[in-house]
Design a protein around this ligand. Structure first.
Ligand SMILES: Cc1cc2nc3c(=O)[nH]c(=O)nc-3n(C[C@H](O)[C@H](O)[C@H](O)COP(=O)(O)O)c2cc1C
Length: 403
């Protein structure tokens, strides 16, 4: 016992160990500059490191920020530690199949591309690059109200029906016009985002903006190309703090698209969404950009799945970075899992090729998890394959994350 203690003391004082830690830190800090081809990137955290080098600090701040002290941001990652995978053995997993069908939307993978505003701020290929990557890898895509590319061009580049994310404007005739334009562009669902009724306090964004020495007005000249060309949005706000659940019925009166409610975090709201006619639930805390000191969405999922009880599909996003994260949500009852920042890291790092690499990496990790757990198809992944430990399991630094 004494010998072991002496040995540990020796290790702690060893210059070898100290220099290894310094070395590891240096490797981490310079990683983003050294990875020059998408194929060299081995996980989404490395893609983030590359993107950090290439995206202007102010834009990276917009991308990475949570709200206030970013506690929900950390909760989104830490929440996964509460759930452990329970693999089964000696199942024939020689013919794996990742494909899904959510309300008639077919995709080759349950990993859905979340609506993220202004792709043009991360790479000139913008939404077109993302749509082409989604098409190449057969992933489903939802386009943000704040897209920097017209919806018709994005739908065309994707080559399959996309969904439209709607911010509830404070002028109903504009909302109706947007819905009609989206439907005419071939969208088969509208995802109404309900988690930002008012403003938000994005401190990390403000801090990173201080690092950016450029003059914003040099680049931000004129009006960006809006998602709906020709639609007059002058003076129209994208938040309507007066909205209540009857908005679902009002939307359904003016469109035949399926209506998903994005931003649900509690079971009672999921029930209210169903009662008011929603076709799908999208569990999300906006990538921790809405409420501060919330739960990780994976921790919200059980009560929502319970409330829905199979009546309508449940999609989830916020903090998904690993195939195992995605697997856990599928096992707990999600029909598909959205990613936001990870594919934008790919876009910012390498354009379309970077988005494709992110999709490949996550699909590969999910595939390995599925085969390793004895579940060759998405529908074979059920509640028996995941355990809720009932509390988060502290893991210090979260895996290989840079958080
Ligand atoms: C930079 C950024 C912009 C976003 N813009 C929108 C948006 O316009 N509409 C929306 O519904 N959600 C938006 N989101 C939220 C995403 O749709 C999604 O819920 C979130 O990014 C998922 O979390 P993740 O980034 O941790 O994967 C945005 C997220 C980020 C990071």
């Amino acid at each position: 016992m004494t010998q072991r203690r002496e040995f540990l003391k020796f290790l702690a004082a060893s210059p070898l160990l100290t220099s290894y830690e310094t070395f590891a830190q240096e490797v981490e800090e310079t990683l983003g500059q050294r990875l020059t081809d998408p194929s060299e990137v081995i996980n989404v955290f490395e893609m983030e490191a590359v993107a950090r080098e290439k995206i202007p600090p102010a834009h990276f701040g917009y991308l990475s920020t949570g709200v206030d002290g970013d506690l929900t941001l950390r909760a989104n990652r830490a929440g996964f530690s509460r759930f452990q995978i329970k693999p089964r053995r000696l199942v024939d997993v020689s013919q794996p199949d990742l494909s899904v069908n959510v309300l008639g939307t077919q995709a080759g993978s349950p990993i859905f591309i979340c609506p993220v505003g202004s792709h043009g701020g991360f790479n000139a290929e913008a939404e077109i690059g993302v749509a082409r990557a989604a098409a190449a890898k057969n992933h489903h895509m939802t386009l943000s109200t704040q897209s920097s590319t017209p919806i018709e061009a994005v739908a065309d580049a994707r080559g399959a029906p996309i969904w439209f994310q709607l911010y509830p404007t404070d002028r109903w005739e504009n909302t109706v016009a947007m819905l009609q334009r989206a439907e005419a562009a071939g969208c088969t669902a509208v995802c109404l985002t309900i988690d930002l009724p008012a403003g938000r306090n994005t401190e990390t964004q403000s801090i990173l903006m201080r690092e950016d020495m450029r003059t914003c007005s040099n680049c931000h000249t004129g009006q960006p190309k809006p998602i709906f060309e020709g639609l007059n949005m002058q003076g129209v706000g994208l938040n309507d703090p007066s909205l209540t659940w009857d908005v679902i019925g009002r939307i359904k009166e003016v469109t035949d698209m399926n209506v998903f409610i994005k931003g649900v975090e509690v079971g009672i709201d999921a029930s209210l969404a169903v009662e008011n006619g929603a076709d799908g639930i999208w569990v999300s805390n906006h990538g921790a950009r809405a409420t501060e000191t919330g739960r990780g969405t994976i921790e919200c999922l059980p009560e929502i799945v319970n409330a829905i009880n199979g009546r309508i599909p449940v999609i989830i996003d916020s903090g998904f970075r690993r195939g195992t994260d995605i697997y856990k949500a599928l096992a707990m009852g999600a029909s598909a899992v959205g990613i936001g920042r990870p594919y934008i890291w790919g876009l910012g790092a390498f354009g379309q090729a970077g988005v494709e690499r992110v999709l490949d990496l996550l699909n590969r990790e999910l595939l390995i998890t599925m085969q390793g757990s004895g579940t060759p198809t998405i529908t074979s992944i059920g509640p028996d394959y995941v355990l809720d430990a009932g509390h988060r399991v502290p893991r210090g630094r979260l895996g290989r994350e840079l958080l």
